[in-house]
Structures are given as C-alpha cells and as structure tokens.
Ligand binder design. Structure first.
Ligand code: MIC
Ligand code: SF4
Length: 762
C-alpha cells in the first residue's frame, strides 16, 4: 500500500517542527551558552544530527539539514524530475510542489496568453503533471501563479526550512521561514531522503528603526541594502532583520525584501515572527498555524540580547531608519546600482540614459501583493480623477490567481485598467524574457521601468540594449504617468485634462490583506495520485522539448592536460549570460538542444565581443556553443575563466549542466556565487578560484591550460595549474577550491547524481 504524502502545511506538521526546534535549541544552548539569533535557532532546529552543532563554524563548515519542504517550478523542475527518475526512487520523501509559471509568454493579455501557453507547452505540462502525480508531488497548473507567491499563500510558515529550485525562494522569509534557492540536484537529493548540505552561513543583521511613510515602500529597503552591500555582499550569509521597524512592514512587504536578498547573493533572508505575519496567516486560512506560532514565539524571534548588542552576534550590522529612507531606483543592468529618486534626473543626464521610458511593468513574484496593488491603484486613482492616462504601456503581472481574482473583485484592477494598464497572466512573463515586443527593432536602445527584482542585460525582453530600472510598484506607476525617467513624482507635476498642473500625493496607506478576505479560486491544483504505480510518465523519444538524461561519465583519473580555453569572461557573468532564458526556457527539459545557448551573453575579455571567441582548432571567431561542440566532437575537454561573482543570479543548473554536457572540465574564477558554485560541483565540473586574483590577467586567448596532481586533490589544499601560452612560455599559478571530502567524491564519480544512483542500486 502507498502512503500518500501530505503536501499541505498542516498544524500537526508545524507543531512537530516546533517541538523539534525546541528540543534542538535546548541542547544547543547548553553547548554554546549564549544568546541566539533567529537564523541560528531555525538552522540548529533543523540539523540532521544535533551533535554536529558543536563544530559549526559560519562560512567554514558544512551543515547537514532536514528541510520541511521542497518547491519546484516548471523550468528548473523538469531537470529535477528527470534526475529523480534517473535515481530509481519511487516517491518524494517530503512535501514537494511544482508550479507552472515560467513558461507562459506575455504577448496580448492574461487570458489569451495562457491559452497559447497551454497549447505550446502541453507536452511539458503533461510530463510535469503525470510525473508529479506518480512521484507524490503536488502540481499547480499554469495560471495558478508564480511559485513564490503561491508558496507564501499556502505553504510557508514561521520557523520552517524550505529549499526551492529558484533563486527567489527566500521570498518565504517574509513569513519567518528560512527558504533557500538551490540547484535541481540539491532538490533531487532531498526529495530522495538525503540530508541537505549547506555551507554553514555567516550572519548579517539589519536593524530597522522608525516606520515607512509616504512614497517609501518595502522595495526601497532592499534596494538600499543592495546598494550598500553590492551583488556579492551577501554571499554565504543569511540576512536577518530585527528591531522595532520590522513591525511596521506587512508580511508581504517583508517578502519583497527577503525575495530580493537573492540580488546580494545571500543564502536567504528572514524576519522575526510578529503580528503582521499573524494577520497574513489568518487571512490565508491558516489561523491554527498562527496560534501555534504565537505559542512558540520565543523560537521564532532572536533572543532579546541580540537586539541590544547586535555587533556581538552578527558578522556585520547595518542600521536603517525607515522614517528617513527615500524611494530608490536601481539600474540599469545591475540591481545594486541604486540611487534615491531625488538623484535620478541628475544621473540620467550625467550618464546619458535614455530619458523616455518605453514600457512600465509592475507585479511579478517580488511585488504583486494586495498592498502593492492597492498602493499602485491609489496613484492610478489620482491620475483618473485628473482625467489622464499613462503615457506609455503599463503591464501588470499578478503573482497569483488568488491576488488577481481579489484585485478584480475589489476594484484595483479596474482602476489600473482605466488609466490604460494591461493585465498579463499570473506568471513570470516579462520578468524572464517571456515577453514578445515586436515594436522594438533589433539593436534599438530603450528604457523600461519595472517593479521586478532583476535587470541584467537581455533579461526582460532578450535584448541587451534595453535598459531596465527598478523601483516600487507605486513609483513605477507614477513614472508611467510621467513617461520620463527624470520625472520625480515627489516634486514634479503632471498636467491634468483640464490643462492644470497637479502633483501626485503619496499613495494612501493600504490594507495589507483584503478586509473581505481573499477571493476563492477554482481548480488549479492537482494532488498526487492515489495509485502512483499505475501512472506512466511519458517522454516521447523524438521529443524536441524533453530528453531522458544519460549519466555523465566518471572522471578517468587523469590530470587535465593542455585543455583549450573556451572563454575568458570579463565583468559580470550571471547565469543569464551563461545560459540565457527567454525563448531558451522552452528547451529546459532537453539537455542537448538547450546547450546551444551556452555563454551567448558572456563578454569575451580579449575582444569585448558578446557570445563569441576564438576557436583554437581553426583560429576562427565563432559562437561559444559552436566551438564547444567542435571540441566535444574531437573528444577535447575545455576550460572557462571567470571574473568576480561568476554565476550570479539564478539557480538554473543548466548553467552548469550544459557546459558539462559539452565538455567543460573546469571553471576558474576570481570568485563564485553560492548556488552556481554548488551546481558546478554537483554536475562534476571543477570549480576553482585564483589564489592570487591578479593571475586572471595571465590568461591569454590561445592558452592551453593544465590542471595537475588531481588525484591528490584534498580539502583545503591548493591545486597546481600551468598556463601554456602560444609563444611556448608557461606560467604556473595556484588555484583554491572549497571542496570537502564528500564533494571530491562527486567530482570523481562524474556528478553527485552518479553517487546517488550507485547507492540506490546497492
Ligand atoms: C530567475 O528569476 O532568473 C528564474 C528564472 O526564476 C531563475 C530560475 C530559472 O532560471 O529557472 C532563478 O531565479 O533561479
Ligand atoms: Fe519568475 Fe521573475 Fe520571480 Fe524568477 S524573479 S520567479 S522569473 S517572476
């Protein structure tokens, strides 16, 4: 008989988690005998073996944790399930859900686009639905909403630990959960019952004082933090918010802040449990969980001493007075390039940014709460009463069907429509390049403004010339009314239909949850099957969208000798540069086909060309995937060199798998982003960093690179590397790595999955 997995976060489950945390914390307190941060409480509360707690050193040791749940989305989830199928396991061992959100392309409007998506992606949706039913996974249909919003509405809970195959999984930190974005193979392993390995994080504390007011929104808190800490400032750290200011921010506002902790590379971010979370839990039908959280409050907040003397308990502390914070705008091309709105006009002039905005977009997983939409509508209301419309298209992506139906019922959507907005599907759409913009010619520079979380080149519409600036939804609506980047709604005026100038008032204080409750929504969820063994997961062998995986080959025990350099990347090289999304998203289940996209966005350090380099076989300049395929055909492995924070951004493991598939032996970078480094390790690509970062400059275009003495690779020991230059000279350089014993086994086995398969076969 099959025991059907309970997918829901039930009060029973939560009370078990709280009991476990309490028990672990009691033991831990005896060991360390000092006040604890919230982060420590939740982590220690989820340790696989509490005895290991005594050796945990932030930033140094690996912890083994037992998450409470797993969340997958439709594009990364395909690989998770394909890998799970390879492992030979029958059922996910913990509550897991799949969310269909990334594959829906924005073109006309929500209802039209969703029909097209259902048709275009039917093969993939069928695969995800049937495999979910078979492997005990809850399946959220296309149109139900974006993973992070649906998780917040249904599954997240204070004190819980979750992993998700999407970098913005930390969104659930707004509800007091430690929620971490991971690569697909991490999820596969946890679903298979293995503990989850995480470099025990360092701690950043953010002390919030005062209260948000006027135009200032939760978004501004995180844009300010990103500006302060930069895109790599949170690497291998958990950001914990505390202080009286936290209580002034709604639960969904907190989620906006923790969502974008991904933009500083943080492992995740978290807020302490408070009344705002209680309100949100109750209004999303989880009153019993709120009661439990109230009862267990002391494990869901930091010890009081932490707030009194934060420097002692955090590696770094930032203090923010919410009362004097200004609205911020970040961009273009990187989320940490922020300035207060009062400085934007100056910046536009100085840097010659294109002042005319072409499109404004609000919503996404980051900013589509009831409060966000109400504040956006409050700005729209003012425009309406002065008889004016937006000057440019304004597109709205609701985060979930629950939000969409509620703002339709309560009028916010109508108000936005009345000033000219178009409501798109409840999906990622233009946030991830799923956006059709025939009106823009190839190569045409243009400015867009969004309330999303990322603004890398090529991200929103696949065009590198588009410059994206980000701010709060209310500010973006105001900019859509002004039509210009240099318009400052706090000081500039608009012209009403009567010809008179008027100034926008700050948006009204909005209810954080609807007073009438959220709207009920229809059948958008499919539970796991009662008869899983009878379900067949169909993959058509000739499919252009799905391909069964073949295991990667084991390491042959030999050093890497004189391998050609494929790419030396200069500057930012995010996963959007390594494995672009947009149209390529449709191939996420087909490793061979999607690999034709590798490094198409990467900047060649020798030529500044994007996506192409020198083919060392014939001396020609060709696109990186074309060169890599030729090397592979000749049985040649190759090497990539990266700059700082290589692999920043998303969790997509294709950015590691595709290079691996086409023969990448090693990536040598100045530094790595956390998720990507793990993805490389797990897929069997050596991830190495320069001991001496300036050795990056020694790499030449036609180098053949050797990585030596690999059979002796050991934790904490440097690796020898020789650069063989074309003129016959060589340079020997030292490389570092962060592999532990176990991870070295992944490399030797060819991938972490190979180890899992071997174990399962025994
Ligand atoms: C993103 O925001 O970049 C994505 C698309 O959600 C990715 C996941 C993916 O590439 O599938 C992420 O953030 O992890
Ligand atoms: Fe989707 Fe964008 Fe959120 Fe990623 S950041 S989950 S693409 S809405």
């Amino acid at each position: 008989t099959v025991i059907r997995m309970q997918i829901e976060t039930t009060p029973d489950l939560v009370s078990k988690v709280y009991a476990k945390i309490t028990e672990n914390i009691t033991k831990y307190r005896k060991l360390v005998n000092r006040p604890l941060t919230l982060t420590e409480k939740i982590l220690v509360g989820h340790l696989d073996d509490i005895e290991s707690a005594k050796d945990l050193e932030p930033g140094k040791s690996y912890s083994f944790l037992r998450p409470d749940r797993v969340a997958l989305q439709d594009v990364t989830g395909q690989m998770v399930i394909l890998q799970f199928m390879q492992s030979g396991l029958k059922r996910s061992t913990l509550p897991t859900t799949v969310h269909c959100d990334h594959l829906i392309r924005a073109k006309v409007s929500g209802d039209v686009d969703i029909k097209v998506a259902l048709d275009e992606n039917s093969e993939v949706y069928k695969f995800l639905e049937s495999s979910s039913r078979k492997y005990g996974i809850g399946f959220w249909k296309p149109g139900a909403g974006i993973i992070h919003q649906v998780v917040l509405e249904n599954y997240a809970f204070p004190g819980g630990l979750m992993i998700g195959t999407d970098s913005h999984t930390p969104n659930a930190g707004g509800l007091g959960m430690l929620a971490v974005g991971v690569g697909g193979l991490d999820a596969t392993e946890v679903m298979a019952g293995f503990p989850w390995e995480l470099l025990y994080p360092k701690r950043i504390g953010i002390h919030l004082k005062g209260e948000l007011n006027g135009w200032v929104a939760p978004k501004d808190v995180i844009l300010y933090v990103a500006w302060k800490l930069t895109v790599s400032g949170g690497t291998n750290a958990i950001v914990e918010y505390f202080g009286p200011g936290t209580k002034s921010i709604s639960c969904t506002g907190k989620a906006t802040i923790t969502n974008m902790g991904a933009e500083i590379g943080a492992t995740c971010s978290v807020f302490p449990y408070d009344e705002k979370m209680e309100v949100y839990l109750k209004s999303t039908n989880r009153g019993q969980i709120a009661e439990l959280a109230n009862r267990y409050q002391d494990i869901l907040v930091a010890d009081p001493e932490v707030e009194q003397n934060p420097e002692k308990y955090f590696d770094k502390v930032i203090e923010i007075d919410l009362s004097s914070l200004e609205p911020y705008i970040a961009g273009p091309h990187t989320p940490d390039l922020a300035r207060p709105i009062s400085k934007l006009a100056e910046d536009v002039k100085e840097n010659k940014y294109l002042d005319t905005i072409s499109v404004a977009l609000i919503g996404s997983c980051t900013n589509s709460s009831y409060e966000d939409m109400t504040r956006a509508a409050s700005v729209a209301e003012q425009a309406k009463s002065h008889g004016i419309h937006v000057q440019i298209p304004l597109l709205v992506t609701p985060g979930s069907e629950q939000i969409r139906a509620t703002i339709e019922r309560d009028g916010q959507m109508h108000t936005l429509n009345e000033i000219g907005a178009t409501v798109l599907a409840n999906a990622c759409g233009p946030c991830i390049g799923q956006w059709n913009r025939p009106e823009i010619k190839a190569g045409e520079p243009n400015t867009i403004v969004t309330s999303f979380n990322r603004n890398f080149p090529g991200r929103n519409d696949g065009r590198r010339e588009t410059m994206a600036f980000m701010g709060s939804p209310e500010l973006i609506v105001a900019l859509a009314l002004g039509g210009k980047l240099s318009f400052n709604p706090l000081k500039d005026t608009l012209k009403g239909s009567d010809g008179k100038d008027f100034k926008l008032e700050p948006p009204k204080k909005a209810p954080e949850v609807p007073s009438k409750g959220f709207s009920n929504i229809g059948e958008i969820y499919v539970p796991p099957a009662a008869n899983p063994d009878e379900i067949e997961v169909m993959i058509n062998p000739t499919s252009g969208r799905l391909q069964k995986l073949e295991p990667f080959l084991k390491w042959d025990g030999k050093d890497f000798v004189e391998l050609p350099l494929l790419l030396k990347a200069k500057g930012k090289c995010t996963t959007d540069h390594i494995s672009p999304a947009g149209a390529w998203l449709s191939l996420r289940g087909h490793i061979d086909k999607i690999s034709d996209n590798i490094f198409l966005g990467a900047v060649n350090a020798f030529t500044n060309d994007v996506g192409k380099g020198k083919n060392q076989l014939n001396g020609n300049t060709e696109s990186f995937p074309v060169i890599a395929r030729q090397y592979k055909e000749k049985g040649l492995k190759w090497i990539v060199v990266g700059d700082n924070n290589y692999g920043e951004g998303s969790s997509r493991e294709h950015a590691a798998m595709s290079p691996r598939y086409l023969g990448c032996a090693a990536v040598i970078a100045r530094s790595f982003a956390r998720i990507h480094e793990t993805n490389l390790k797990k897929q069997g690509v050596l991830a190495l960093t320069f001991v001496n970062p300036s050795d990056y400059d020694k790499i030449q275009e036609t180098d053949k690179i050797s990585i030596l003495d690999l059979s002796q690779i050991q934790p904490g020991k440097n690796v020898k590397c020789v650069l063989n230059h074309k003129d016959g000279t060589t340079d020997e350089i030292a490389l570092k790595h962060s592999y532990n014993d176990f991870q070295i086994k992944w490399f030797k086995a060819g991938s972490a999955l190979n180890i899992m398969r071997e174990r399962e076969a025994q």
